[in-house]
Design a protein around this ligand. Structure first.
Ligand code: FEO
Length: 168
């Protein structure tokens, strides 16, 4: 059975994952209407789907542990981006925020002596290592490329290969 503080914190995480899914969907949509960013757009459509899976996993866990998972109200995400670089900076910033939130949850699970939740959260801890690595790699690459058009062409073409192991 989940305690009240754990249930509340897990529900907050449900909201964060749902908002991540929306944020990446908005990035995918913006990229889709820019010339030559099909790869980036596909990357974020896929990223958005993954965040929905993260959200669902949490939602089902809360209910399985005798709590009540609340489907959250969502804020509208950032819809347009001044540049590709800015978009990827937002991506990294967002993932770092998610990591902080997961870390707080892990801490809470220990202070509440909720070892089932602690165990469940390890999957998210590992996932965040991957997500942060992917976001950092992509930002580093864009930094290197700068305004080089052929570099950007290759970046868009190869973006799916920059994802961490285990991701398609
Ligand atoms: Fe589910 Fe990318 O955080």
């Amino acid at each position: 059975m989940v305690s009240k503080p754990i249930q509340e914190a897990l529900n907050k995480q449900v909201q964060m994952e749902a908002e991540s899914s929306q944020a990446y969907l908005a990035m995918a949509s913006w990229a889709e209407i820019q010339p030559g960013l099909e790869g980036v757009s596909n990357f974020f459509f896929q990223q958005s789907d993954e965040e929905r899976v993260h959200m669902l996993k949490l939602l089902r866990f809360i209910n399985e542990r005798g709590g009540f998972a609340v489907v959250p109200e969502l804020q509208q995400p950032m819809l347009t981006f001044p540049s590709l670089k800015k978009l990827f900076e937002e991506f990294l910033k967002h993932e770092l925020k998610v990591s902080d939130s997961i870390n707080d949850l892990v801490h809470l699970s220990l202070t509440e002596k909720d070892y089932a939740t602690h165990n469940f959260l390890q999957w998210y801890v590992n996932e965040q290592i991957e997500e942060e690595r992917t976001a950092r790699t992509l930002n580093d690459k864009l930094e290197l490329i700068g305004d080089d058009k052929s570099g950007l062409y290759l970046f868009d073409r190869d973006i799916m290969n920059f994802r961490g192991p285990g991701k398609k």
